[in-house]
Design a protein around this ligand. Structure first.
Ligand code: GDP
Ligand code: GDP
Length: 441
């Protein structure tokens, strides 16, 4: 079962992007860290009561300038309808219904996805929302996106409309799930073909649970490698904007269904803005990641093998936020390199699922705090009592502290670096969280 997707639909100025930011808001820290990367972002991850989902702000989907506003909105709504699990139809609770709202309502009535009608900009209790019944989606849920009012009730409603998720564990230790992602034409389908081509006899396609997702399975050295939704990669659309929309969405869903994201870049072009965006999504998803500089043969042809070093520097510089990702050079013409990639996939999967004992961790903590004591901030001395690993995929560490607000982000960064020095963790993100623990004297 793939991750649910919520599309926010509505005419301009009702507050779609404000609501979007409210839903994915907890990612603000990331946005600040990578200025530019998430600029004009319209896709994001959100969580409500342990349920994860993707959100799309359809207002950010823009098409050719010559398109009339009505056409633009119709097209946004149409794309949203095709892929969304639940559609959030946003209206302005203060302005009331406009002709454009009615047109959108008519469109939404002509399709089968569940619609949640939401009236935004309601900051007072005594709002009159009766009129919105006319749109035919029942009672409008009042919210204020800017003030964060009633967002919980609204999300309860949205999440209740998701189909029950399949909880059968796909965590078979012997199966490594990989999403091959990258911009159009970077060589994803050729790459999959080259990977699986050699072992064609043992390749099988597993029909996915969604309409047209098909996984490709390959067995090597007793390990199963599943390439998530590779059929989606092959599917091509004719309209440029649609291709972009579908390819981003498919990539996001595939990443969520995988353990490792294999991010393909074009070695002849280096890192582009779109690559940065995809990398940003991978980072948000908490999945392991490997960067492959593909079409390496073309650089060799040009006699530019030496470019490898500069290229790696370029990747590191522009994808700082996934600095833990190993970089490899690949080419569909060099199967030898692809073979080696399987070893790396196994290795990274091992790191992604690794557990470190609490005693080892606390030795490290002692050592780390001797070398670099927690700085005193304010009147209260910050203290970390101990930490323990509470999860894998990705490895997650819980620190018991006296006062989380007294421990600066940079100190967590420092501890993360020490973890990596001591235990490698190549290719995997790490999560550090804090919990208050009263000191017992
Ligand atoms: P979009 O075009 O639908 O994406 O709308 P925006 O998110 O850009 O919002 C349009 C305007 O409405 C902005 O000036 C927002 O600050 C404002 N706005 C959004 N949500 C609220 C709200 O809950 N209350 C009020 N009073 N204004 C809001
Ligand atoms: P996708 O859109 O990411 O699936 O990209 P494709 O697999 O369709 O490849 C796009 C183009 O790049 C095709 O013309 C491929 O033949 C070419 N291509 C893909 N991989 C390589 C490679 O490793 N080396 C070279 N020279 N060309 C490649």
């Amino acid at each position: 079962m793939s991750i649910p997707m919520v599309a926010i639909v509505g005419r301009p100025n009702v507050g779609k992007s404000t609501l979007f930011n409210r839903l994915v808001g907890e990612r603000k820290a990331i946005e600040q860290k990578n200025p530019g990367v998430t600029r004009d972002r319209i896709y994001g991850h959100a969580t409500w009561l342990n349920t994860e989902f993707l959100v799309v702000d359809t207002g950010g989907l823009t098409f050719s300038d010559t398109m009339e506003l009505e056409q633009q909105i119709e097209k946004q709504a149409r794309l949203a309808m095709e892929e969304a699990t639940v559609i959030v139809f946003l209206v302005d609770g203060r302005e009331g219904i406009t002709a454009l709202d009615e047109e959108i309502a008519a469109l939404l009535h002509r399709q089968g996805r569940p619609v949640v009608l939401v009236a935004n900009k309601i900051e007072t209790k005594q709002a009159d929302l009766e009129d919105f019944y006319r749109l035919g989606f029942g009672e409008a849920i009042p919210v204020s996106a800017t003030h964060g009012l009633n967002i919980g009730d609204f999300l309860d409603q949205v999440v209740s409309l998701f189909p029950a998720r399949d909880n059968t564990p796909k965590d078979d230790a012997e199966t490594i799930r990989i999403a091959v992602v990258g911009r159009p034409n970077v060589g994803k389908s050729s790459f999959i073909n080259a990977l699986t081509g050699e072992e064609r006899s043992i390749v099988s396609e597993i029909p996915g649970t969604t309409r047209d997702a098909v996984d490709t399975m390959l067995e090597l050295n007793g390990k199963k490698f599943v390439f998530v939704d590779t059929a989606g990669i092959r599917k091509k659309s004719k309209v440029k904007e649609d291709i972009e929309y579908y390819s981003v969405l498919r990539a996001l869903k595939a990443i969520d269904n995988a353990d490792i994201a294999l991010l393909l870049l074009d070695a002849t072009e280096g890192v582009t803005e779109q690559d940065q965006k995809i990398a940003g999504y991978i980072q948000e998803s908490g999945k392991a990641v490997i960067i492959a500089l593909n079409k390496w043969d073309l650089l060799k042809e040009l006699g530019r093998e030496k470019a490898a070093v500069t290229l790696e520097e370029n990747v590191r510089e522009n994808l700082k936020f996934i600095s833990f990702a190993p970089i490899v050079f690949t080419s569909k013409h060099e199967p030898r390199r692809l073979k080696k990639l399987f070893n790396l996939l196994e290795e990274v999967y091992g790191e992604y699922t690794k557990r470190i004992s609490t005693s080892l961790l606390n030795h490290l903590l002692l050592d780390a705090s001797k070398m670099n004591p927690l700085p005193a901030s304010g009147k209260r001395k910050a203290r970390i009592y101990y930490w323990t690993q509470i999860a894998t995929k990705p490895p997650t560490f819980l620190l018991f502290v006296n006062d989380p607000t007294a421990i600066h982000f940079s100190y967590l960064r420092y501890l993360e670096n020490r973890l990596r020095e001591a235990f490698d963790f190549t290719g995997t993100p790490l999560r550090l969280t804090m919990r208050v623990r009263k000191r017992k004297e």
